[in-house]
Design a protein around this ligand. Structure first.
Ligand code: LLP
Length: 431
């Protein structure tokens, strides 16, 4: 738990999140008021924070031929997608469902890239019919199937091959993807041969190369190393007579959860562009697929303290948000800062685990936190804009939370709270 002074100075999500007169605000909206009006658990996102995160990338790419494709798996709520579509972003999608979400917000299909190791034929058909910009292909077998599917439709599929640069991103093993021995991409040493194969298939047109080395990366070096490895390949592939129109460096830039200090997007790209320029690729079309760094610190999850339960070994602060709403602590032992919406000086601080109501010992949101709270108080779980709602489940038949998008003092309800009836809608009784 951050002390109040630390909280005031360096909240993840600052400057869009701040205490004003002892009340936590996101932009100009009082989060306590929103919790009382809309109930909890409740996700609240700041439009300005998303646009500021995007602006850092845009500043980094100023004057370059670059396309930012928001990796919507981080948060695919329609209201969030609208913000990025209106700002000119493309989208990195990984399923037919995500494609339909892009269509629902009127996104530009030519700016859509389709990643993922297991695209089905049906998803390929859907994406070809929609006219997406590029398939990021992850295996030789997928190339063959995609070519067949395109030929049957009388179309040619634009492809990039995801290459595994075998660089250690120094992040959690579950979210590290660019090393040998995980399921993503094709091996660096096989890439040239696979590019030749792709170029020989009638249903495909090679347009690019891509990589994505992992997520929550807080250092610049892994990106520089991956770029070197990819540029070596571009040289080899083009020497073999296969043109590479764009280079896609994936996503992965980390955010501040707990005194993390990732490079700023513009600073990172200053260094990467210097390398690209030095190697003669500075004018090439560039693509990136950021997810977390665009939305992670733009969102909070508001929750109510239900019970304080002192124990012999541990004290528990039981809240109404749980692992179904905020799965990252249970899945990755991830840290999210937890702060009160209205700090109190009149109750003693308790060292406690902050846990949800789900019937699993793994249902914890924060461990060993210092909180001065009573039942009925509200807390904010910070850095909850990415990989929270998009990974939420209905475990324990808990309805998914409502979501709000704040724009200055204006508040938009972008998702209603899910009811039990919503959850049972597709189910049938046995008759
Ligand atoms: N591109 C590809 C091909 C990806 O697989 C991913 C994320 C991204 C882009 C976006 O990465 P980002 O900029 O968000 O780091 N659920 C985990 C993170 C999983 C990331 C999966 N792939 C978490 O909560 O930490």
């Amino acid at each position: 738990m951050l002390t109040k002074n630390e909280a005031l100075n360096g909240l993840p999500g600052a400057p869009h999140i701040s205490y004003r007169n002892e009340a936590l605000h996101l932009e100009d909206a009082s989060l306590g008021d929103l919790a009382r009006q809309y109930g909890t658990p409740l996700f609240v996102y700041s439009r300005a924070a998303m646009l500021a995160a995007l602006a850092a990338y845009q500043a980094g790419f100023a004057g370059r031929n670059a396309q930012i494709c928001y990796a919507m798996k981080a948060n695919s709520s329609l209201g969030v997608l609208q913000v990025f579509a209106q700002a000119g972003c493309g989208f990195d999608i990984v399923s037919g469902g995500e494609l339909e979400r892009v269509q629902a917000v009127g996104g530009d299909m030519r700016k859509v890239i389709f990643s993922g190791v297991g695209k089905t034929r049906a998803e390929m058909r859907q994406a070809l019919a929609a006219g997406i910009g590029c398939f990021n292909v992850e295996s030789e077998a997928e190339l063959d199937v995609l070519s067949d599917v395109a030929l049957v439709m009388g179309l040619v599929a634009p492809v990039s091959i995801r290459v595994n640069p075998n660089v250690d991103p120094k992040t959690h093993p579950y979210i590290s993807t660019g090393l040998q021995g995980n399921k993503f991409g094709v091996a660096h040493e096989d890439a040239l041969r696979i590019y030749r194969h792709a170029a020989s298939l009638k249903g495909l047109r090679v347009v690019g190369i891509d990589c994505h080395i992992g997520s929550q990366i807080t250092e610049t070096t892994p990106y520089l190393d991956a770029m070197d490895r990819i540029l070596d390949l571009v040289t080899d592939i083009e020497s073999a007579g296969i043109a590479i129109e764009h280079i896609d460096f994936g996503g992965g830039l980390g955010i501040n959860y707990n005194q993390d200090a990732p490079p700023a997007a513009d600073a990172l790209w200053l260094e990467l562009l210097a390398k690209l320029d030095a190697r003669g690729y500075g004018n090439r079309k560039l693509m990136i697929e950021p997810g977390r760094s665009l939305v992670g610190n733009a969102g909070v999850c508001l929750t109510e303290v239900l019970y304080l339960k002192p124990g012999e070994q541990k004290n528990f602060c039981i809240i109404d948000a749980a692992m179904n709403d905020l799965p990252r602590p249970a899945m990755y032992q991830a840290f999210h800062a937890i702060v009160p919406l209205a700090p109190r000086g009149d109750v003693p601080e308790l060292l406690c685990d902050v846990v949800g109501p789900v019937c699993e010992s793994g249902d914890w949101i924060g461990r060993d936190r210092r909180l001065a709270v009573s039942a009925g108080d509200h807390l904010a779980v910070l850095s909850a804009g990415a990989y929270c709602m998009s990974m939420a489940s209905n475990y324990n038949t808990r309805g998914r939370a409502a979501e709000l998008l704040v724009d200055g003092a204006k508040v938009h309800l972008i998702r209603e709270r899910e009811t039990a009836a919503d959850q049972m809608r597709a189910e049938k009784l046995v008759c």
